[in-house]
Design a protein around this ligand. Sequence first.
Ligand code: 5GP
Ligand code: ZN
Length: 110
Amino acid sequence: MCIFCKIIAGEIPNKTILEDENFLAFEDINPSANIHALIIPKVHIQSFNEMTPNIMANMTTFIQEVALTLGVKSDGYRLITNIGTNGGQEVEHIHFHMLAGEKLGPIYKK
Ligand code: 5GP
Ligand code: ZN
Protein backbone atom coordinates (compact mmCIF):
# COMPACT_ATOMS: atom_id res chain seq x y z
CA MET A 1 0.00 0.00 0.00
CA CYS A 2 1.39 3.45 -0.85
CA ILE A 3 2.04 6.01 1.88
CA PHE A 4 -1.01 8.12 0.98
CA CYS A 5 -3.25 5.04 0.90
CA LYS A 6 -1.96 4.30 4.42
CA ILE A 7 -2.93 7.84 5.44
CA ILE A 8 -6.40 7.31 3.95
CA ALA A 9 -6.68 4.00 5.83
CA GLY A 10 -5.71 5.73 9.09
CA GLU A 11 -2.51 3.71 9.45
CA ILE A 12 -0.41 6.90 9.33
CA PRO A 13 -1.71 9.95 11.21
CA ASN A 14 -2.41 13.18 9.38
CA LYS A 15 -3.64 16.68 10.09
CA THR A 16 -6.90 16.68 8.16
CA ILE A 17 -8.16 19.93 6.65
CA LEU A 18 -11.22 18.59 4.82
CA GLU A 19 -12.56 15.17 3.93
CA ASP A 20 -15.50 13.65 2.11
CA GLU A 21 -16.22 10.15 0.85
CA ASN A 22 -13.98 10.54 -2.19
CA PHE A 23 -11.22 13.01 -1.28
CA LEU A 24 -8.93 14.03 1.56
CA ALA A 25 -7.02 17.27 2.18
CA PHE A 26 -4.32 17.30 4.85
CA GLU A 27 -1.28 19.30 5.87
CA ASP A 28 2.01 18.54 4.15
CA ILE A 29 4.53 17.17 6.67
CA ASN A 30 7.28 19.39 5.25
CA PRO A 31 5.57 22.64 4.25
CA SER A 32 6.93 24.79 1.41
CA ALA A 33 4.74 27.78 2.29
CA ASN A 34 2.87 29.19 5.29
CA ILE A 35 -0.05 27.03 4.19
CA HIS A 36 0.73 23.79 2.38
CA ALA A 37 -2.09 21.32 1.87
CA LEU A 38 -2.06 18.05 -0.03
CA ILE A 39 -5.27 17.06 -1.77
CA ILE A 40 -5.78 13.46 -2.85
CA PRO A 41 -8.48 11.14 -4.14
CA LYS A 42 -9.17 8.19 -1.86
CA VAL A 43 -8.86 5.82 -4.79
CA HIS A 44 -5.25 5.01 -5.67
CA ILE A 45 -4.35 6.75 -8.93
CA GLN A 46 -0.66 6.99 -9.72
CA SER A 47 -0.49 10.43 -11.30
CA PHE A 48 -2.33 12.98 -13.41
CA ASN A 49 -1.56 10.73 -16.38
CA GLU A 50 -4.05 8.20 -15.02
CA MET A 51 -6.75 10.67 -13.97
CA THR A 52 -10.23 10.49 -15.46
CA PRO A 53 -12.32 13.51 -16.41
CA ASN A 54 -15.04 12.37 -13.99
CA ILE A 55 -12.75 12.19 -10.94
CA MET A 56 -11.05 15.43 -11.97
CA ALA A 57 -14.41 17.18 -12.20
CA ASN A 58 -15.37 16.13 -8.68
CA MET A 59 -11.89 16.92 -7.42
CA THR A 60 -12.20 20.44 -8.83
CA THR A 61 -15.19 21.09 -6.57
CA PHE A 62 -13.39 19.57 -3.58
CA ILE A 63 -10.26 21.67 -4.17
CA GLN A 64 -12.40 24.81 -4.28
CA GLU A 65 -13.95 23.78 -0.95
CA VAL A 66 -10.46 23.30 0.52
CA ALA A 67 -9.56 26.85 -0.55
CA LEU A 68 -12.70 28.12 1.18
CA THR A 69 -11.99 26.08 4.31
CA LEU A 70 -8.46 27.46 4.52
CA GLY A 71 -9.72 30.99 3.86
CA VAL A 72 -7.36 31.50 0.94
CA LYS A 73 -9.80 31.65 -1.98
CA SER A 74 -9.85 35.43 -2.46
CA ASP A 75 -6.19 36.15 -1.64
CA GLY A 76 -5.08 33.34 -3.93
CA TYR A 77 -3.05 30.20 -3.88
CA ARG A 78 -1.03 27.91 -6.09
CA LEU A 79 -1.98 24.40 -7.20
CA ILE A 80 0.73 22.02 -8.31
CA THR A 81 0.68 18.38 -9.30
CA ASN A 82 4.05 16.82 -10.01
CA ILE A 83 4.06 14.02 -12.58
CA GLY A 84 6.71 11.35 -12.94
CA THR A 85 10.49 11.59 -12.72
CA ASN A 86 11.03 14.88 -14.52
CA GLY A 87 8.07 16.43 -12.72
CA GLY A 88 9.69 15.61 -9.38
CA GLN A 89 6.90 13.32 -8.16
CA GLU A 90 8.02 11.47 -5.02
CA VAL A 91 4.77 9.90 -3.86
CA GLU A 92 3.11 7.83 -6.58
CA HIS A 93 -0.46 8.63 -5.57
CA ILE A 94 -1.77 11.69 -7.36
CA HIS A 95 -1.86 14.76 -5.16
CA PHE A 96 -2.33 18.45 -5.64
CA HIS A 97 -0.19 20.75 -3.54
CA MET A 98 -2.09 23.86 -2.41
CA LEU A 99 0.40 26.56 -1.44
CA ALA A 100 -0.93 29.72 0.15
CA GLY A 101 -0.78 32.15 3.03
CA GLU A 102 1.92 34.35 1.51
CA LYS A 103 2.93 35.96 -1.78
CA LEU A 104 4.68 33.10 -3.51
CA GLY A 105 7.83 33.47 -5.55
CA PRO A 106 8.33 32.54 -9.20
CA ILE A 107 6.96 29.15 -10.10
CA TYR A 108 10.11 27.90 -11.73
CA LYS A 109 13.78 28.75 -11.52
CA LYS A 110 16.38 26.93 -13.58
P1 5GP B 1 5.71 15.16 -4.48
O1 5GP B 1 7.18 15.47 -4.45
O2 5GP B 1 5.45 13.70 -4.70
O3 5GP B 1 4.93 16.04 -5.41
O4 5GP B 1 5.16 15.55 -3.04
C1 5GP B 1 5.06 14.66 -1.98
C2 5GP B 1 4.75 15.47 -0.74
O5 5GP B 1 4.30 14.59 0.27
C3 5GP B 1 5.95 16.23 -0.17
O6 5GP B 1 5.65 17.62 -0.12
C4 5GP B 1 6.14 15.63 1.23
O7 5GP B 1 6.50 16.59 2.20
C5 5GP B 1 4.76 15.03 1.51
N1 5GP B 1 4.77 13.87 2.38
C6 5GP B 1 5.52 12.76 2.23
N2 5GP B 1 5.23 11.87 3.19
C7 5GP B 1 4.27 12.43 3.96
C8 5GP B 1 3.55 11.99 5.12
O8 5GP B 1 3.75 10.88 5.64
N3 5GP B 1 2.63 12.84 5.64
C9 5GP B 1 2.39 14.07 5.09
N4 5GP B 1 1.46 14.83 5.67
N5 5GP B 1 3.03 14.50 3.99
C10 5GP B 1 3.96 13.70 3.45
ZN1 ZN C 1 -2.13 5.18 -2.92
